[in-house]
Write a protein that binds this ligand. Structure first.
Ligand code: NDP
Ligand code: MG
Length: 392
């Protein structure tokens, strides 16, 4: 039976890797839905290549452009705006949702897919950071299976027994070991980092990714978001997660058990590997990726994080520990700050400084439903914009 896939964020880096896995298995998967925000040209290429049944463009200002350029033989339907995502996420023809939109914009559709009990391949880590407790409880209630795409979480998941499902406690766990490449500034001095350009920050030494996650990897906020993501997926407190710098990015993460055993997953740094794992689970798909040659590895290095140069990880630990609305504030402030950095409006160190300022200045709000999450998110984004003006 061919599974109907809804690929949200089809025009991004994860979207691209997902399309390449799906293309290799035309009998197993078909593209029921694809979404883009404003990349009309890329979306048209996808339409020509895959003939999806349903196409969504969330940026409505581009609607006329897309409609005027649709191929004449396109037989699918087209919808516009965010609401189209949540509607598509629950459609009966959709078996699997690949949540690959970047940032908080991915929350509502991921949430809808979880509440509809779908298989959710989760790349959009921000949705779990913002609403992890609520979403994991909903997944338990609806039977939605959350499969991690983030390479580290996918690695940890692969180290667990086949019957293990995310959201359950892990039997015999001592700790999770989350590896981190260290990003482009691993060896840079604080003084040099203060002058880092946009191009410096997005030049990741190992992974080729979208701009937002590339900047997050440079501040190490990506590791902070991943730490919070792991607390929800694997039901552990942040104190049960150790972060180690591993510049080669060959060991994608590890799980340490109480008997002293440490299990690791290794592989080339290619996102098609976790994507194929999640799409095929519990079966293995064969994909054409570069094989890891153990004899040419020479050595694998592990080092501690320098928290003085990379304060983002400590902020994320504190936010995770405090819980409630703190991770929402962390994420919203970070998205505003990263976007301002990418627009050339603030310096690199100001990204983490602004996140810290928002966490310090915004009073805590109780969180009990999606509306609460969205309200804190909106408030924090506005506050971050206001305080950014003050600081510049
Ligand atoms: P990209 O920036 O490459 O792609 C983002 C996708 O989201 C694009 O399809 C984009 O559409 C769409 N999008 C952007 N803004 C909106 C919006 N407001 N509403 C709806 N759709 C929107 O990001 P990545 O593929 O790198 O990352 C996607 C997610 O996966 C992130 O959460 C990231 O943290 C996570 N991830 C990524 C990894 C990677 O290797 N890239 C690794 C692990 C996790 P358009 O192109 O039209 O703007
Ligand atoms: Mg990752």
């Amino acid at each position: 039976m061919s599974l109907g896939v809804a690929l949200f964020g089809a025009t991004g880096s994860i979207g691209d890797s997902t399309l390449s896995v799906i293309e290799a298995y035309p009998d197993r998967f078909h593209l029921e839905v694809v979404s883009a925000h404003h990349s009309v040209d890329k979306l048209l290429n996808i339409i020509r290549r895959f003939a999806p049944k349903h196409v969504i463009l969330t940026d409505t200002s581009q609607a006329d452009l897309l409609l005027s350029r649709l191929p004449h033989d396109f037989k699918g339907s087209v919808a516009f705006g965010d609401i189209a995502l949540t509607e598509a996420a629950v459609a009966s023809e959709v078996d699997v949702v690949m949540a690959a939109i970047v940032g908080g914009a991915g929350l509502a559709s991921t949430w809808a897919a979880v509440n509809a009990g779908k298989r959710v391949c989760l790349a959009n880590k921000e949705s779990l950071v913002m609403a992890g407790s609520l979403m994991m409880a909903d997944a338990k209630r609806t039977g939605a299976m959350l499969l991690p795409i983030d390479s580290e979480h996918n690695a940890m998941f692969q180290c667990l027994p086949e019957h293990y499902r995310t959201g359950e406690p892990i039997a015999g766990l001592r700790q999770l070991i989350l590896t981190c490449s260290g990003g482009p500034f691993r060896t840079w001095s604080g003084r040099k980092m203060a002058k880092a350009s946009i191009n410096d920050a997005i030049a990741h030494p190992i992974w080729s990714m979208g701009k937002k996650i590339s900047v997050d990897s440079a501040t190490l906020m990506n590791k902070g978001l991943e730490l919070i993501e792991a607390t929800h997926l694997f039901q552990v407190p942040e104190s049960a997660i150790e972060v180690v710098i591993h510049p080669e990015s060959t060991v994608h993460s590890m799980v340490e058990f109480t008997d002293g055993s440490i299990l690791a997953q290794l592989g080339s740094p290619d996102m098609r590997i976790p994507i194929a794992h999640a799409l095929g689970f519990p079966n293995r798909l064969s994909i054409d990726v570069e094989r890891l040659s153990l004899t040419s590895l020479k050595c694998l290095n592990f080092e501690a994080v320098d928290h003085a140069r990379f304060p983002a990880l400590t902020l994320a630990r504190q936010a995770s520990d405090a819980g409630g609305d703190r991770p929402i504030v962390l994420n919203a402030a970070n998205e505003i700050a990263v976007s301002a950095f990418l627009d050339g409006r603030i310096s690199f160190p100001r990204i983490t400084a602004l996140v810290s300022e928002c966490l310090n200045r915004l009073p805590q709000q109780p969180i009990s439903c999606l509306e609460d999450v969205l309200m804190v998110d909106t408030l924090c984004r506005q506050a971050a914009l206001d305080w950014m003006q003050e600081g510049t």
